[in-house]
Design a protein around this ligand. Structure first.
Ligand code: GLP
Length: 263
């Protein structure tokens, strides 16, 4: 794991955007994995700014969502497809038709998950997966107890997650869906590169468990310890409970020249 700590969200977003820019310069039709939640928003805004400035383009890129709520009407603003349209597609030059997600209104949810997993495989797999982390250490909607080998599957959301996400539903937990379709931990581990962003003191325990705790389904983010190429982007409050923080800074400062991030 490469741990990168910066002072501001904007600096973290620049690191992630540099990685994405480097990827699409080498491979214009790259496949991105896009996360929802508030943490990745600065990354999408930085990508939007670069596209607007004409310094990068996502015109040939594809994107796959991590997850989608089950049962929300197609036009619900908090549906993850609509979130991705608003916060990512609308502000970059990626084509809406090249952005894909699970259909949370499918009749047969298990068949829909199998179809989606295969669609990602057929697209050549995800080159770079953007991730956030929940306060209980979940990635995508892989709640505690989810198999670390899981592929895309229907999931039941914990009360904690629904409480956390109630802020997007007028603060009313009863409006937050109880189920979602989500890429599995195993799906995420298949991505070639993963970039996880976490900011704020409320993520410090989850970050410490993910980076320094045991690999356990009780904190599905900890499975990223098995990922061959994962970057963890943190601000100081989110990094504050890492025991080996000084060493991670030293690793970053002494990184070999020409490493992927080049920073
Ligand atoms: C939801 C999403 C996750 C996201 C998490 C944290 O549970 N399914 O992908 O990482 O929220 O969201 P935030 O970044 O808003 O804290």
């Amino acid at each position: 794991m490469e741990i990168i700590v910066k002072q501001t969200e904007h600096e973290l977003a620049e690191v992630a955007a540099d990685a994405i820019q480097d990827l699409v310069e080498r491979k214009p039709d790259a496949v991105l994995g896009v996360a929802t939640g508030s943490s990745p928003l600065p990354i999408y805004r930085e990508l939007g700014a670069r596209v607007k400035a004409g310094t990068m383009s996502l015109a040939r890129a594809k994107a796959y969502q991590l997850d989608e709520y089950v049962g929300l009407p197609a036009d619900h603003p908090q549906g993850y497809r609509n979130f991705v349209e608003r916060e990512f597609v609308a502000i970059t030059d990626i084509e809406s038709r090249n952005v894909h997600g699970e259909n949370g209104q499918a009749q047969d949810l298990i068949a829909e998950c199998a179809r989606y997993e295969q669609e990602i495989v057929d697209a050549g797999g995800i080159d770079l997966q953007i991730l956030g982390i929940g306060v209980d250490g979940h990635i995508a909607f892989n709640e505690p107890g989810t198999s670390l080998g899981s592929l895309t599957h229907p999931a039941v959301l914990t009360e904690q997650t629904r409480r956390d996400n109630a802020r997007f539903f007028d603060g009313d937990i009863t409006q937050v869906p109880t189920h979602a379709l989500t890429q599995g931990v195993g799906t995420i581990l298949r991505s070639r590169t993963a970039v996880l962003i976490a900011t704020g003191a409320n993520k410090a325990d989850a970050v410490a468990a993910m980076v320094e705790g045991p690999v356990t389904s009780l904190c599905t983010g900890s499975a990223l310890q098995l990922h061959p190429n994962v970057k963890i982007l943190l601000d100081e409050p989110a990094a504050s409970k890492l025991k080996n923080l000084d060493f991670y800074r030293e690793i970053f400062d002494r990184r070999p020249e020409g490493t992927w991030l080049g920073l």
